[in-house]
Write a protein of this length. Structure first.
Length: 454
């Protein structure tokens, strides 16, 4: 039976961030065809790929997933979760499966589950590189075999095709958990599978994957209704409302182009998209198009370990010291270089963050002559070993504490230190080193699917 509409409930912009059950339950009353939520992003840095860390704690995921599983079991609504635990590695997919098993055992739930994995074999990537099938994604260096080997893990950002394969093979699927996934996929999948306008499906997915962030004020729980020639967006907290401007503005969110949205297999073209206010809280969107690429590309993501980091945090209130802060920082750097003259300067980095002066904008700060009332100072030191990083950080802290400067009156410390230990070791530092597009022939074969019952 062909569907005339698909109703989608998204509880939050990121699984693990929590969501209000009151408004989620209101969404359940609206009879959704699917509950879809994203769980990953590269926004918070490379450490999730480099070290296998998760975006949120296991307990946070357990709490959110518990609420979702109750709805799936009680109301027989399928649940799609993408980019498991942040980076979407194979281990993180399995972590979500373990959580589901724990919750199911505790509550005597029974589910049919599909897990999609997204890690890519390094030899496969090297072969593609040798055959000129890999290119940079944006302003990054060309990929090399050395960087492929240095990456601890490489994942590929899947498109909608693995989801559609599951929906075609398993009519009774309850839950899909996927590895690294293009963010709109879990929201767009059911519509594309049922032959709705793919441009509308992708555009709806791109907005809803952020929950009710498109509302005024920004909220969490949102409901989408996909029709053949348009879709509607309704935030479920009555204090939130979607407006033409808020929804159109969110379409620009995290975009390099205002109306061309690139993703696996093609682009969503919004040049003819219109936004219309249906009532005080609901917006109707139509006119979005999808243009397939001639060659299917997926984005690869990988990170490598580059050293160890230590930091100290300090506050400065002396107006004379603040006026001379650049001179003081240069003095500290010179002192460290002289004290560690047996270590090549290229082997370590010292980065001062001066909050109140240019801690956010750095060298791009345009108010050059602004003198703040106080400064928050963070020094981060990157070195090959944690012990060296800590030693350099300690030396810089003590020299900053007592550094001379023009006009100094007292001989006490220049800074206040709010935390002990004074040096804080942050462990491994990672850097993205694979952020490239790879041309492929089959958008399904690279993403193994495992079916299981719990």
């Amino acid at each position: 039976m062909k569907k005339n509409e698909i109703r989608i409930l998204t509880p939050t912009a990121m699984l693990g961030y929590g969501f209000p059950e009151k408004w989620f339950n209101k969404g359940l009353e609206m009879e959704p065809d699917v509950i879809a939520v994203d769980s990953g992003s590269t926004d918070s840095g490379p450490h999730k790929l480099g070290l296998g860390d998760m975006t949120c704690s296991r307990d946070a995921y357990y709490r959110d997933i518990s609420k979702l599983l109750k709805a799936v079991y009680d109301q027989k609504i399928p649940l799609f979760i993408s980019s498991a635990a942040g980076a979407g590695t194979n281990e993180q997919v399995d972590t979500f499966l373990h959580i589901i098993k724990e919750i199911s055992k505790k509550n005597d739930y029974h589910f049919n589950i599909a897990a999609i994995y997204s890690e890519i074999d390094k030899d496969f990537v090297k072969n593609k590189l040798q055959n000129n099938k890999i290119k940079p994604c944006g302003l990054v260096d060309e990929l090399t075999e050395e960087e492929i080997d240095l990456a601890t893990t490489i994942v590929a950002q899947m498109g909608v095709e693995p989801y559609i394969k599951i929906l075609e093979e398993k009519k009774d699927i309850d839950i899909i958990i996927s590895g690294r996934t293009y963010d709109p996929v879990p929201i767009a999948a059911m519509g594309i599978k049922n032959n709705f306008n793919p441009g509308l499906c992708w555009h709806l997915g791109k907005i809803m994957e952020c929950g009710a962030l498109c509302a005024e004020p920004a909220g969490k729980v949102i409901f989408g209704i996909l029709k053949k020639d348009h879709f509607k967006l309704i935030p479920l907290n009555p204090d939130n409302k979607c407006t033409e401007s808020s929804v159109a503005a969110h379409t620009l969110y995290e975009k390099s182009h205002p109306y061309i949205l690139r993703g696996p297999g093609g682009v969503t073209d919004l040049t003819e998209t219109t936004f219309n206010q249906l009532d005080e809280r609901t917006v109707k969107v139509k006119g979005s198009k999808f243009i397939p690429d001639k060659k299917y590309n997926i984005k690869l993501e990988g990170a490598k370990k580059v050293g160890f980091r230590s930091i100290f945090i300090a506050g400065m209130r002396d107006p004379i010291a603040i006026k001379n802060i650049d001179e003081i920082i240069n003095h500290v750097k010179k002192d460290v270089e002289e004290n560690f003259n047996d270590i090549p300067k290229a082997d370590y980095k010292m980065i001062f963050h001066l909050y109140g002066k240019n801690g956010v904008m750095g060298e791009h700060e345009f108010q050059k002559d602004f003198i703040p009332l106080e400064l928050g100072i963070i020094l981060e030191v990157l070195a090959p070993e944690q012990e060296l990083s800590e030693a350099i950080c300690s030396r810089a802290r003590t020299e900053l504490l007592h550094a001379p400067y023009e006009g100094r009156i007292a001989t006490a410390g220049n800074i206040a230190l709010p935390f002990t230990p004074l040096e804080i070791n942050l462990g491994h530092v990672c850097s993205f080193n694979v952020y490239h597009l790879m041309e492929i022939d089959n958008p399904i074969s690279l993403f193994p699917i495992k079916y299981l019952e719990v």
